[in-house]
Design a protein around this ligand. Structure first.
Ligand code: 5GP
Length: 120
């Protein structure tokens, strides 16, 4: 599957669609989710064209991977959830219901987050 440059996060990266930005550096952008599932719900995305964690883990440079992981930790500390606790989540593909085909890690926090997965 090829990267689709018309996906919504690619459009946010190009400045075509606004976002509520919380963090940016050379390799990473982070912003509030438009439909938050917790009082804190931030999306962290690489600036490179990667479909998902599968794609990113296989193709991204060490610099991109380091920047992405460090950004997640830094954002969580800045947002004040490193002490209280938070959850990170990245959906890949159909079984995980990935909606947007540009890698994004969700950061959830500022409330008790319940079970890791619903019992289906
Ligand atoms: P996924 O199911 O792919 O892991 O999550 C996609 C997330 O992107 C959802 O939580 C959804 O609310 C969020 N989202 C979709 N469109 C937009 C948008 O235009 N702006 C922002 N900030 N978030 C979006």
């Amino acid at each position: 599957m090829a990267y689709d440059p018309s996906n919504i996060f690619a459009r946010i990266l190009r400045g075509e669609i606004p976002c509520k930005k919380v963090f940016e550096n050379e390799h990473v952008l982070a912003f509030h989710d438009i439909n938050p599932q917790a009082p804190l719900h931030i999306l962290v995305i690489p600036k490179g064209a990667y479909i998902s964690m599968d794609d990113f883990s296989a193709k991204a440079s060490p610099e991109e991977i380091t920047a992405f992981v460090r950004a997640i930790g830094e954002i969580a500390r800045r947002e004040g959830v490193a002490e209280s606790g938070y959850r990170i989540l990245a959906n890949h593909g159909g079984d995980a219901h990935q909606e947007v085909p540009h890698l994004h890690v969700h950061i959830f926090g500022k409330r008790p987050l319940g079970r890791m997965l619903p019992r289906d």
